[in-house]
Design a protein around this ligand. Structure first.
Ligand code: ADP
Ligand code: MG
Length: 355
């Protein structure tokens, strides 16, 4: 069992700072997703953890032992970790069983035990009938399961995964998500899973580390990211988030605040330490917006677009007071509204994004 302690990590290529002052402590056996838009430095962070890159600043420790710093470097093969890539990285000339057993052979595990561990690992990912096939005879999903079973057989304390589902179609992705959860339960490994897909990160991980332009902006449980985003970027990135401007924020010191959103008085959630502010950004989700009942405080808006979601419609409405502000929300299938229709919208459960 291995925890990962990353402290003040930095990496630049030429003058381009790609990872900036990243600190995080990943618990032993934890499943952590690293989430962020393309180019934000996720793969570079993973390559630093794996030891394929050396940091310019900061350190990485596994189970308390220094693996990387500006002056120390433990080579990748001496780090107890397995890696699963987007493109599977299997040897094409080896059978499935040989691929899974290869690292055991290299590290001198005796043939009998090797066979046993390979068979057990293939069984765990439901590939026991495929041991003698070549990777080219397998589907994308099966190849990714071979890559996973390789980590199982090697019993790596840490498994790093870089966008492992990116090459698979939508239906396979859902099935493979289940496969990763099972793998995690079977292995007990510490897992670091890189993705740009927020729903994948939220579904799989115990905690999600959100990166923005090389920095770690929030490291928290999925529900915390969803309900209490630390920055506007997180608020907009998670769960179809909507960010609205608010004015005259008055906090009560116990997690509640009053504010004006586009002229309408609204009650919001906020951090207990939140103070009075002239303006703030508010994070909310389509689930927090609905048609107001008569007499309720509401925002006048106009339906711009309706798209059928199966069982409901996703509506987009433009605020009368701020035509550039679009509010998305869900309408029941029976709701008789057409584009252009005026609506009054009630806003509930918004979050005051910290200053
Ligand atoms: P992500 O995985 O989040 O898409 P990367 O870590 O791959 O992001 O890349 C972050 C930035 O670092 C990009 O601008 C990329 O071009 C740059 N970069 C990554 N690796 C190298 C390298 N070996 N040399 C120069 N620039 C690199
Ligand atoms: Mg990447």
């Amino acid at each position: 069992m291995t925890d990962i302690a990353i402290s003040g990590l930095g990496k630049a290529f030429g003058g381009n700072r790609v990872v900036s002052d990243v600190s995080m402590h990943i618990q032993s056996g934890e499943f952590v997703a690293v989430l962020g838009p393309s180019g934000c430095g996720k793969t570079t962070l993973l390559r630093l953890i794996a030891g394929f890159e050396r940091p310019d600043a900061g350190s990485i420790r596994f189970a308390g032992e220094l693996a990387s710093s500006a002056s120390h470097h433990t080579p990748p093969e001496q780090r107890d970790l397995g890696i699963v890539f987007q493109n599977y990285a299997l040897w094409p000339h080896m059978s499935v069983a040989e691929n899974v057993g290869y690292s055991l052979k290299v590290t001198g595990v005796p043939a009998g035990e090797r066979r046993r561990r390979v068979a057990e690992a293939l069984k765990t990912v439901a590939l026991d009938g495929m041991a003698e096939r070549r990777p080219s005879d397998l589907s994308g999903g099966q190849r990714q399961r071979v890559a996973l079973s390789r980590c199982l057989a090697a019993r790596n304390g840490i498994v790093l995964l870089d966008e492992p589902l990116a090459n698979l179609d939508v239906h396979l992705r859902a099935a493979m998500e289940h496969e990763f959860t099972r793998f995690h339960q079977a292995s007990g490994s510490t897992m670091v899973y890189i993705t740009h897909d927020q729903s994948e990160a939220m579904a799989l991980a115990d905690r999600v580390a959100v990166m923005d332009a090389g920095r770690l902006v929030q490291f928290a449980a999925p529900a915390t990211l969803y309900r209490e985003p630390a920055t506007e970027m997180v608020a907009g990135f998670i769960g179809e988030g909507i960010v609205l401007p608010a004015e005259d924020i008055i906090a009560d010191g116990a997690g509640r605040a009053q504010a004006n959103i586009l002229g309408a008085p609204v009650t919001l959630r906020c951090a207990p330490g939140e103070r009075a502010r002239r303006s703030a950004a508010i994070g909310l989700h389509p689930q927090d917006i609905r048609l107001a009942v008569p007499g309720e405080t509401s925002l006048p808006a106009r339906i711009r677009r309706l798209s059928y979601r199966g069982g409901s419609f996703r509506a987009e409405a433009v605020c009368e007071a701020a035509p550039e502000t679009v509010l998305a929300f869900d309408l029941p299938e029976q709701a008789p509204l057409a584009p252009g229709a005026p609506v009054s919208l009630a806003i509930g459960d918004g979050w005051v994004i910290p200053a």
